[in-house]
Design a protein around this ligand. Structure first.
Ligand code: HEM
Length: 899
């Protein structure tokens, strides 16, 4: 139960709170990065006389770049037009406006544009100072990482030194036959198309195939066929990389086992192992003393060997992995560039026939019908070399496409929602960029936790300081604040809360945040729709009071063990004890026994593992959650997976044992697991299909949930009860009198427990003042009406049980006092008929373990009251706070006196 409360209500108040704390911690850094730093840089650049565009928060010029790019791409240009305004429209306009050296903004980073030749020369000459650009989607590194194009500093020097000889003109000479073959194949194809006549051909793909063929042959020579296969794989890889850069890159997402990621890794491995095979073959040939230097790979290996020999150490050479990366790079760097050069050359010569004629004359003069050789080629003057640099702006465009969406999410949408909520008469805090109210929430919570309060103070301002103030400022029963850019609608109005809880399909459990927390609790508490209906139907019978009867002995054993411990501590006298950890152990023991019965010992081990898991989950939510990071093999992640598997396999073992006993017709229905399996069987038989039952995995999740939902909630209820009875001795005496009257020295039974009126009133009052779950969290997936208000999709809802329970208009002026008398005639009398008391939630999703928890608490109180009198110790500090559930921050120190 308590877990349920935690998961649900505190989805908002706690889990989100943690995320908020983390976000806020980085808020200042973010502000510097997104605003203060760029504005400072802009000022300094302008002071130095540089012109440029004014910085616009976060996105800089991205929007304009994207829009002008899109616009320019809409229509072709005239053959006589300059291509610059079409290819780079934003820079073209900026250069016209700001001169030949200026700045614009790539998001919050300045981009300095240099078009002045001496400056460009200076930048290119100082390769160490002006390094290659980095960042973006790391998947693109699958194409060419660790190679020359990507290396810097010493690494670059080494690679360049080894690779350069392979491209020496003397070596290239030997590659002419390969060029010749590839080009011959293309020309044969064209002849096949034209068949001696004229024919339209899109030459671009042909030229691309030809240049890729050239790389396969020149790089891998005799292993040309394998090389071709590698090229095809690299081509597929390039397509996948481009595809992946067209969706927003989420750090860590490359580790997700998506179809695309798996294929990319497969290709990477296949390419590497193919190249490795070629290299190994080549190295074996080399060892035999055969000449292997006719292709780029051979030349590279040769040059590498020479360098190692010259320097006397293998560190000066390239490793096999580095050679592999260089081979991959040959394709990436050498294929499309050359294909483009040839394509533009053909387009221009197709337009300027005089130049085509001049070039042809020159070729015929130089070679006639001879095969072209290197000397002849060097003497061709007309074949103009035009360097092409086309592909640079792609990454920028991708960033820009998503820039607009982000801006909408972080500013325009929340501002629109705020306007619409206010127009409907709802009050709330003004939206603040990106973080909403997160910073204030965290600051006020931290502040409130610093000191304890007086026993007579209201606990609301300490437990939920921000919402308490917000409720006062914006008018109580419904208002809004901001959880980052998402609206958080706070509801503390009894009819509205009833409406929301009744419509469990429209108002679903809050989701999001760190998915690791789902390792703790899935099952019923987390299910929605039909799935929830099925689970709830199967689980409910296990919590029927008739079944719970049989669990009393387990409650009794666990409680006796705790009392024995207290007796050992007090030794017949009085003694101060922090009862909080004892009560926690007791309630966890109760779950182990009631859930797993005869397998109690294994159950206990499972609980310990779950406890460790909870600690690791809390730890993990205290660092920024990076989507996908849970797949990283960190120590914590590995331990969490280990625990998850161990817990699951332990529960699976218990279940299998139970199923075998069932087959032998032994009675196995004495504990929650047995009852659950029984109910599951019945449902399957009734419906005639296993789909209507729970799978073993689902049963496992429900068992885990028993710990998560039932342990801490009940421990807190008992702890606050002891604290309040230790403070209000008159109520402690009245409770003890009742216990002695009903049971005397008898073992408590279910009938007696249901006749404890005073204790019932006390528990109600404790749950009113100290509900283990202080609020319930919900979220809206589609636009919905709450009362007269239209609430937009994506909103979070917080149903404030605690605010309702502490509302003086409902409970009267003594609202903050402990007065169980108010429940003397039942809950509806106490609430004056208003639905204002929800310690166990409400509607169809009301706590399934409510009776279980109350029975357990009653039995424990009976046993404690009969054995001990207790009062608050002078060392007790009153400091209620929430870590998922409402807990005593500094423990529950009581003086226990044996009776
Ligand atoms: C004092 C003790 C407890 C309190 C105050 C409590 C409170 C709650 C609340 C408020 C909810 C509703 C959450 C929501 O609607 O978002 C809930 C649900 C639930 N509780 Fe409890 N709970 C307690 C003990 C237990 C125990 C002992 C168990 C089981 C052993 C349990 C199991 C559950 C489950 C499975 C749900 C989910 C029900 C559903 O979604 O259908 N709870 N609890």
């Amino acid at each position: 139960m308590m877990e349920v409360i935690s998961v649900n209500m505190n989805m908002i108040t706690v889990c989100c709170g943690v995320a908020v704390v983390v976000l806020v911690a980085y808020g200042w850094r973010f502000l510097i990065w997104a605003w203060l730093r760029p504005k400072g840089i802009e000022k300094s650049l302008r002071e130095q006389g540089l012109n440029g565009s004014p910085y616009k928060i976060l996105f800089g010029d991205l929007k304009e770049m994207m829009e002008t790019g899109k616009q320019a791409g809409l229509k072709p240009i005239k053959l006589t037009d300059s291509i610059i305004p079409r290819v780079m429209p934003f820079y073209y306009t900026s250069a016209n406006k700001y001169g030949n050296m200026f700045f614009t903004w790539l998001g919050s980073r300045p981009m300095i544009h240099v078009t002045d030749p001496p400056l460009i020369r200076q930048v290119l000459a100082n390769y160490n100072q002006f390094q290659k650009r980095r960042g973006g989607n790391p998947l693109s590194k699958l194409l060419a990482s660790g190679s020359l194009i990507d290396a810097e500093a010493d690494q670059w020097v080494k690679h360049r030194k080894i690779i350069t000889p392979a491209f020496h003109v003397e070596k290239l000479k030997h590659m002419l036959p390969a060029f010749d073959i590839c080009c011959g194949e293309m020309i044969n194809k064209w002849e096949g198309i034209t068949k001696g006549r004229s024919c339209e051909v899109d030459v671009y793909p042909h030229l691309q195939t030809m240049t890729s063929d050239v790389i396969s042959r020149t790089a891998f020579g005799s292993s040309y066929e394998e090389g071709r296969n590698i090229f095809e794989l690299q081509l597929e890889q390039a397509r996948l990389v481009i595809e992946s850069t067209q969706s927003v890159y989420i750090p860590g997402s490359q580790f997700l086992p998506t179809k695309r990621n798996r294929r990319m890794k497969e290709i990477d491995q296949e390419v590497k192992s193919s190249i490795r095979k070629i290299i190994n073959k080549r190295l074996t040939v080399k060892e035999k003393g055969d000449v292997t230097t006719e292709d780029l790979l051979g030349l590279l290996l040769d040059s590498n060997d020479k360098e190692i020999k010259q320097q006397g150490h293998a560190n000066f050479g390239l490793s096999v992995d580095e050679v592999i990366e260089e081979c991959k790079l040959f394709y990436l760097a050498g294929q499309e560039t050359t294909a483009n050069l040839l394509a533009w050359t053909m387009i221009l010569l197709g337009q300027h026939m005089n130049w085509q004629d001049r070039a042809r004359d020159e070729v015929l003069k130089a070679f006639g019908d001879r095969k072209p050789d290197i000397d002849g080629l060097n003497h061709l003057k007309t074949a103009v070399f035009c360097g092409v640099a086309v592909a640079v702006a792609v990454a920028v465009v991708v960033v820009v496409v998503y820039g607009w969406r982000f801006l909408n999410w972080v500013w325009f949408r929340p501002k629109g929602i705020e306007k619409s909520l206010r127009a409907q008469g709802l009050n709330g805090s003004p939206y603040k960029f990106l973080f909403g109210d997160l910073k204030e929430m965290v600051d006020t919570a931290n502040q409130a936790k610093l000191k304890p309060i007086k026993l007579t103070d209201s606990i609301v301002p300490r437990v939920m300081p921000f919402f308490h103030t917000a409720a006062k400022t914006y008018g109580g029963s419904i208002f809004f604040t901001w959880l980052g850019p998402r609206p958080l609608i706070h509801v503390a109005s009894p009819p509205l809360i009833r409406q929301i809880l009744a419509n469990y399909n429209q108002f679903q459990k809050a989701r999001g945040g760190n998915p690791l927390s789902r390792m703790l609790a899935k099952g019923l508490v987390d299910a929605e729709g039909d799935h929830w209906v099925k689970h709830r139907k199967i689980i409910t019978p296990a919590f029927h009071v008739e079944k719970l009867k049989h669990m009393l002995p387990a409650f009794h054993t666990s409680c006796s063990e705790m009392i024995n411990k207290w007796e050992e501590i007090t030794k017949g006298n009085s003694c101060e004890v922090d009862v909080y950890p004892h009560l926690q152990t007791m309630t966890s023991d109760v779950i182990s026994r009631t859930a797993f019965g005869s397998s109690y010992k294994e159950g206990r081990k499972i609980f310990e593992l779950q406890l460790e898991q909870a600690k690791l989950v809390i730890e993990s939510t205290q660092s920024i959650y990076i989507p996908g990071s849970r797949f990283l093999p960190t120590k914590r992640n590995r331990r969490m997976k280990e625990i998850d598997q161990e817990v699951k396999s332990s529960i699976r073992r218990i279940i299998n044992k139970r199923l075998m006993a069932k087959e032998k017709q032994e009675d196995t229905t004495e504990d929650l697991l047995g009852l659950l399996l029984d109910s599951n069987d019945k449902e399957i038989k009734q419906q005639g299909n296993t789909n209507f039952g729970l799978s073993i995995d689902e049963v496992i999740e429900e068992c885990k949930l028993f710990y998560f939902a039932g342990q801490e909630t009940t421990a807190n209820l008992l702890t606050w009860t002891m604290i309040l009875l230790g403070q209000h001795m008159n109520w402690q005496d009245r409770a003890r009198d009742e216990v002695l009257k009903v049971f005397g020295d008898r073992k408590p039974d279910i009938d007696g427990l249901s006749h404890l009126k005073i204790i019932n009133m006390i528990l109600h009052e404790v749950l009113r003042l100290y509900p283990p779950g202080i609020a319930l969290g919900r979220m809206i997936h589609e636009e919905v009406k709450i009362g007269n208000l239209t609430i937009p999709p994506g909103s979070f809802l917080t149903l404030h049980l605690m605010l309702l329970h502490h509302d003086a208009d409902i409970w009267g002026d003594d609202v903050d006092e402990f007065n169980p008398e108010r429940f003397a005639e039942g809950v509806s009398k106490a609430t004056k008929g208003q639905a204002s008391y929800f310690p166990f939630g409400g509607g169809p999703r009301i706590c399934v373990g409510q009776t279980f928890a109350i029975l357990e608490a009653k039995l424990a109180l009976v046993m404690i009251l009969r054995r001990f009198s207790f009062e608050l110790s002078p060392t007790y500090s009153h400091a209620p706070h929430t870590i998922i559930t409402l807990q005593p921050q500094f423990g529950a120190h009581l003086i226990l006196s044996e009776l």
